[in-house]
Every structure is written in C-alpha cells, then in structure tokens.
Design a protein around this ligand. Structure first.
Ligand code: UFG
Length: 332
C-alpha cells in the first residue's frame, strides 16, 4: 500500500516525501507543478502531474495505485495574494479539496493528513495559541483553510473519513542534506527574501510595518524548521493508520521572533550587513502568532529537532547559497 502526497513537489510537501520515504513508506506524488518543481520530488516517489480540481485525474490515481492514506498540501498559500485574488483561493483550496474528498469517498480511501495554518486563528487574544482558542481569520488564505478543516469535519461525520489538520506556523529552513529547499517564484516569505540580500539578488529587505503592538513594533512569528514539520506528518499518518481519531494540532516552536530579530539572526549566520528599510504594513498580517504545540508532542509524540533559529537559518542559507535561483536554473 502507498501514501499519496498531493502537492509533493512544493516546499513542505517535498520535505514530507523525503521523511516518508526515510520512514520506509511507498510514496506516490501528484502535483500540477504550478508552484512546485519536478526536481524537488524524491527520486523514489512515483510522480503524476495532476491537478486536484481534475476529478478524472484523481480517480485515475486511486484506481492505478493502492492508496491507504493521503497527505494533502495542494493549495495556494500566500497571505498577501489571498487578499488581492480571493477567488483563486476559493477555487484552488476549497473547490480542489471538494473534488479530492469526493474521489477519496468514491474509492473508499478514508485517511487524510492536511496542511492547515496558524492563519486560521486571525489575531489571537493570547499567545501561545492553543488549538481550542477561537478561530477568526484576518485573511482569505486562513479563511479557506478553516473552511477546509470544517469540510473534513462534515465529511468525517457523513462518510467516516478520519483526518488530521496540522496548523503550521512559519515554515522555513531546508533539508539538512542540502538536497531540497525552499523555492518559490515569486518569493514572498521573510527568510528566503532576507537571504536574497547576501546572495546579491536584492539590495535590502523591506520590513512590513513598524507600528505593531510588539516589543520592537514589527510582527512576531513562530519559525519552525520544515523537516520538523515534515516529521509531524509522518507521525500524524501513523496515528490515523493505527486507528486514531480525527484531530487538529498546532506545529510551532512556541517561541516568537520579530521581523527585526530574524534579520539580525540572518546577519549573524551569513556575516552580511543585510540592510533593511521600513515600509507600510502588508494587508492581512496579524501582529503576533506563536504556537503551543504541547498537544502534538503529547498525542503524536512529536519532538522537533531543529528548533534553534540559528539552525533554521543556517540550513536555509546553505541551500540558497548553492541554489541562488531556487530550482529555476535546474529547469534550463
Ligand atoms: N515580512 C516582511 N518583509 C518581507 C516579507 C515578510 O516584513 O519582505 C514580514 C511579514 O509582514 C510577516 C513576517 O515577515 O510579519 C512573516 O511573513 P511571511 O510572508 O514569511 O509569512 P506569514 O506570517 O505571512 O505567513 C506564513 C505562511 C502562512 C501561515 C503563516 C502562519 O506563509 O501560510 O505563516 O504564521 F499561515
């Protein structure tokens, strides 16, 4: 039996495929390659270029492969873009998940682990955030992810689907082997944008807002290594395959860093002065998001290994230095 990873050519998906294969799983990857890269797919995974909104393509995979569980990353994930193009998020994230779940139900596949987000909480009333805290997204991206979670809940009641929603905080870093890393085009995330400066691709970093109610006025986030996130998917899948119940878990390190602190840490790791300039706030950004991940530790036995900001930035820097244009140059 195999595990189907949808979006397995993307950043977090590709790292999860590496962990699943290391754990001895047979893995099938499906990705439409709109934001993912074929080069990021583990050489031992079977690959289908397919879009989750394409019912015939989903049906074909479930008919050709013996799938016992699904890990679902195939979604649009940029906070800023979701505010200017919300319909893209409803289409890809919600319509896509509707098609996927319909195909799973039709083929009797009843276990799914999927990417949710800290953006489901909106502006938290307190940090660290617990899974039981209120959800009130401040951006369309978080809204669609919350709706995906609720869709799973109703499908679970009607059809017996078991799901685990993993609410990620800020994924960053790269595979410790250097084999794969974070390649987005265009890049919008803070850590790879900062590293473009020492890589000679950008003159300075823009800090989006300095008037938030935080210690230095810049937004606070909980940065988590992508391999630690990936490991949580392996454990969540094990939980479901053992007969575990549907559940929702936060995944973060429980420590918040401001944008300025991340830039300072990157200066220390790269030895480059990394100039920064303050610019206006970006729409949809909550002031602070910091996770309590105690439930994932207690229920899944999750134990992050790369939790120091310096380690996270060092692995990211090592990949970006050797891949200054991400996966793009490998395409040529
Ligand atoms: N930022 C800058 N300058 C930049 C880029 C980002 O100041 O050039 C700031 C943002 O305003 C934010 C912080 O850096 O305060 C982190 O921004 P990212 O775009 O890297 O990440 P987000 O916090 O917006 O979103 C990420 C994921 C989401 C997830 C969220 C949860 O992309 O999927 O973390 O914390 F929901």
């Amino acid at each position: 039996m195999a595990i189907l990873v949808l979006g397995g050519a993307g950043y977090i998906g590709s790292h999860t495929v590496y962990e699943l294969i290391d754990a001895g799983r047979d893995v099938v990857v499906a990705d439409n390659l709109q934001t993912g890269f074929r080069q990021a797919v583990h050489p031992r995974a079977r690959f289908y270029q397919a879009d989750i909104r394409d019912r015939a393509a989903m049906d074909r995979i479930f008919e050709e492969e013996q799938i016992e569980g699904v890990v679902h990353f195939a979604a649009s994930s940029q906070v800023g873009e979701s505010m200017t193009d919300p319909l893209k998020y409803y289409d890809n994230n919600l319509c896509g998940t509707t098609v996927l779940l319909s195909s799973m139900v039709a083929h009797g596949v009843d276990k799914i682990v999927f990417s949710s987000t800290a953006a489901t909480y909106g502006e938290p009333k307190r940090v660290p955030i617990l899974e039981t805290d209120p959800t009130s997204p401040t951006n369309c991206y978080g809204e669609t992810k919350l709706a995906m979670e609720r869709m799973m809940g109703w499908v679970s009641r009607a059809h017996g689907l078991k799901y685990v929603a993993l609410r990620y905080f800020n994924a960053c870093g790269a595979h410790p082997s250097g084999a794969i890393g974070e390649g987005h085009n265009p890049e919008t995330h803070l850590v790879p944008i900062i590293l473009q400066v020492p890589n000679g691709q950008r003159e300075y970093v823009s800090i989006f807002g300095e008037d938030y109610p935080t210690k230095d006025g810049t937004c606070v986030r909980d940065y988590i290594h992508v391999t630690d996130l990936a490991q949580a998917h392996v454990l969540a899948l094990d939980h479901l395959l053992r007969g575990g119940e549907s559940d929702v878990f936060n995944l973060g390190n429980g420590v918040g860093f401001t944008v300025k602190e991340v830039i300072d840490a990157a200066r220390a790791v790269t030895g480059h002065p990394i100039p920064a300039q303050v610019s206006p706030r970006r729409a949809g950004d909550p002031a602070q998001l910091v996770a309590s991940s105690e439930r994932a530790k207690a229920v899944l036995g999750w134990a992050p290994r790369y939790d120091e900001l310096e380690t996270i930035l060092s692995t990211a820097w090592s990949w970006h230095r050797s891949h200054p244009n991400g996966y793009e140059e490998e395409k040529a």
